[in-house]
Design a binder for this molecule. Sequence first.
Ligand code: NAD
Ligand code: LMR
Length: 338
Amino acid sequence: PPNPQMEESSAALKRANCRGKGGAPGFKVAILGAAGGIGQPLAMLMKMNPLVSILHLYDVVNAPGVTADISHMDTGAVVRGFLGQQQLEAALTGMDLVIIPAGVPRKPGMTRDDLFKINAGIVRTLCEGIAKSCPRAIVNLISNPVNSTVPIAAEVFKKAGTYDPNRLLGVTMLDVVRANTFVAEVLGLDPRDVDVPVVGGHAGVTILPLLSQVKPPSSFTQEETIYLTDRIQNGGTEVVEAKAGAGSATLSMAYAAVKFADACLRGLRGDAGVEECAFVASQVTELPFFASKVRLGRNGMEEVYGLGPLNEYERIGLEKAKKELGGSIEKGVSFVRS
Ligand code: NAD
Ligand code: LMR
């Protein structure tokens, strides 16, 4: 049977390889967990991204099928599949950007922290692979609980001597995407015209939308503020319950992941003014990691922005967020250190 890894025509490869070297920009991107609920639509959308010249799809199951399917799309990126731990090194070698949606999702009644037991080990193994095979790659970490998996990744990279805090970004874009949607609904605007900064982390009360800083400038009643904050903080649970045991957000997450990955690639290309929220190493609060707006550039994250002026409701929310976030960060750090 045809093997998608062998199917690349040499012309396609030549085209892919010369991009990024003086020709049109083209980046090498790997998706780890590419056969999953997020991984598949994410792989499809990245195959459609003109900034991607080579797309590596890695999973411990079903990678060949997803790769064969996606490789038939008549877009520019060359797609290669990688199956199982023994192919991890080949999947990662030479990559500019690695996106990680590998790991188990929630079922109704679970918190994201309930996923720690399984996903912490998965993220550690994958990050050990990154440290070995593409230590300069930008990493977009999606696997939950993000509040702990980002500190795990940082510790793995520190141990390996490859840690660059500017290249490790926890993906909180879905919180922003949801916030834009829900706020636009309340304001009667097109969501594409709305920008809501969401800071803190990616679980429950650690998700802190800054409604006082919405663009375009808008005011909300107390009732609207409480409704919106609660809906944004519980958007993930809303989907988990609606899916009733069949997993968590996958399609909106793939959309959000591509929006974020595209911003990282535009930054790498050298575009000016690329800014998105992400969960990163930070000095914005006393915590070592925190989500806030960052500027993306040729070296990954090039600037972390402060929180700006908060209203009383947001200041109280910030204290609650920090309390929970501190414990989740510590849990991730000690998983690798002990
Ligand atoms: P899924 O179960 O559908 O897919 C996960 C994929 O990971 C599977 O294909 C599985 O084979 C693969 N996998 C498992 N172990 C692996 C390993 N060691 N190496 C490579 N691949 C491995 O789950 P999903 O719905 O795609 O969700 C994936 C993760 O993303 C979950 O942890 C979920 O909670 C998280 N998530 C995060 C956000 C966010 O905003 N950051 C949003 C949605 C989901
Ligand atoms: C989300 O926000 O949708 C994800 O973190 C998945 C989840 O478990 O809620």
